[in-house]
Design a protein around this ligand. Structure first.
Ligand code: PLP
Length: 491
């Protein structure tokens, strides 16, 4: 090769990117038109065969050059996508990313900061500190950790004080903080790890969840070698404080209760203040998985649904759900920064003691990952561009849509509605249809490429699930969705 391909960074990077981006944008456009719906028709075999035909040899001896490769692969991916920007793609907590967040993510890729050391991410690491502090403040307000007021400077970060094996100096007092994660799963894992380490001297940590809690919590307990979780039955879908009280009574050893603000199946919010009271009474630590519900913090009218959130030691947020970010955009808010001390980690090439003492920020204690994307950039751009008001309006828009859709279903003789939505999830089923029919309807719509609906088992029955996360969805779109379901209901 005479000349190596151009790079994305530096002063010449943008000029190299511009024509490539034109190709990408054209391919995205053409792929979406060719798909013509929320997902490709034909099911897995058709999609796989088509993709294989388009791609040919994935690792050819001689490459095709950038234009052909970009055009072919991007168009094929767009054509074969389940596109959450289509109003009828509404199965999961799979949000349509905002154009501005995707644009910011391009800059993150071009600059490629890595968040594991300051010398790879000077401004990006400063941005991460500012924005995560602001988000932690959004969760915990001014209360912070009881008895530990004050906002220390950068050097007050726990990752810079104690080292493993050093004398057990408690972490410095400070304000709540937030760590950037790949999503709710990693945030929940970290929450369990921090809880386990905080109570390490008291015996094995027992996790207690409601049975509507996310599957990543028991999985994290397994990963961390904790005892099998205690699951409190939640027949109504939320964790009942009286049942929790009973489960905690006489339970020995350190305890972590994981409550949920926005269940994945039904968007339900556990009674947080009552659960916090029960935890306090039993000396149990509280984690709240607000992967879905945390977006309500931005809504002036719906924010009160999260009352009690600030009483948790740790809170999971996931802005690739009600935050309209491209994956990945998770966070774990931590009330007491001393809880982060166990993440302190030393690698001489990244955070040598003398570098840290000379004032280079130590970033390794902010994650279990080493190389790490600056996912904070797209989040920062979105918060700045929309403000609390703009984000709150998006949250209200999708929650209002869910209310209206539920009202339509309630008034419709052919459908049963599970319940009035708490967030933006609506569960419904054609009246009188058996479970197998419900499952079949969902798969038929998928295979036809006409709609992406989810499924959830509640009340011992199977329901169709519409998770509304698209602020551009119109009532007519949801009416069309119902027509499609009706059209597949009769045998
Ligand atoms: C989505 C979700 C998770 C997992 O988040 P990922 O970003 O998929 O890792 C955890 N908890 C709840 C309640 C969720 O809805």
């Amino acid at each position: 090769m005479s000349n190596p391909p151009p790079l994305a960074g530096g002063p010449q990077g943008p000029e190299a990117l511009r024509p490539l981006l034109d190709t990408v944008l054209d391919a995205l456009h053409d792929g979406a038109i060719a798909r013509g719906g929320p997902l490709p028709a034909g099911g897995p075999h058709t999609v796989t065969t088509r993709l294989r035909d388009v791609i040919g040899d994935p690792l050819p001896h001689h490459g095709t050059g950038p234009d052909t490769a970009l055009r072919t692969l991007v168009q094929a991916l767009a054509e074969g996508a389940a596109d959450p920007a289509d109003p009828l793609c509404a199965a999961h907590l799979h949000c349509p990313p905002l154009a501005l967040a995707a644009a910011a993510d391009l800059a993150a890729s071009a600059l490629n900061p890595s968040m594991d050391s300051w010398d790879q991410a000077p401004a990006a690491s400063a941005l991460e500190t500012l924005v995560t502090d602001a988000l932690a403040h959004e969760v915990y307000g001014d209360t912070g950790h009881p008895g530990q007021p004050g906002r220390p400077g950068q050097s007050g970060r726990p990752g810079q004080s104690a080292r493993p094996g050093q004398s057990a100096r408690p972490g410095p007092p400070g304000h709540p903080q937030a760590l950037v994660t790949t999503g709710g799963t990693e945030a929940n894992q970290l929450a369990l790890l921090l809880a386990r380490e905080s109570h390490a001297s008291e015996g094995p940590l027992q996790l207690i969840t409601g049975d509507g809690a996310h599957h990543s919590l028991p999985r994290a307990a397994w990963l961390l070698g904790l005892p099998d979780p205690v699951t409190v039955p939640a027949p109504t879908g939320t964790l009942d404080p009286a049942a929790l009280d009973e489960a905690l009574t006489d339970l020995p050893g350190p305890k972590l209760v994981a409550a949920t603000a926005g269940t994945t199946d039904a968007g339900l919010i556990d009674p947080l203040p009552e659960i916090a009271d029960v935890c306090e009474h039993h000396g149990a630590r509280l984690h709240i998985d607000a992967s879905y519900g945390a977006g309500l913090l931005f809504s002036p009218t719906r924010r009160t649904q999260l009352t009690g959130l600030d009483r948790a030691a740790t809170v999971t947020l996931d802005l690739h759900k009600l935050g309209w970010q491209p994956v990945a955009a998770g966070l774990l808010a931590v009330r007491n920064p001393a809880d982060l001390t166990p993440l302190t980690h030393h690698a001489d090439y990244l955070n040598a003691d003398d570098d840290t003492e000379a004032g280079l920020p130590d970033l390794l204690g902010r994650s279990l990952r080493t190389t790490r994307r600056p996912d904070i950039l797209k989040i920062a751009v979105t918060l700045k561009a929309l403000g609390r008001t703009g984000l709150g309006a998006l949250v209200d828009q999708v929650c209002d849509q869910a209310q209206e859709f539920a009202a339509t279903l309630h008034a419709h003789p052919g459908f049963d509605l599970y319940d009035t939505p708490t967030l933006s999830t609506v569960l419904f089923r054609p009246h009188g249809a058996p479970d197998e029919r419900i499952a079949h309807i969902r798969r038929t719509l998928l295979t036809q490429g006409r709609a992406v609906l989810g499924r959830a088992r509640m009340d011992g029955r199977l329901w169709l699930k519409a998770t509304l996360l698209n602020p551009h969805t119109q009532p007519g779109d949801l009416a069309q969705l119902l027509k499609l379901v009706e059209g597949n209901t009769a045998r």
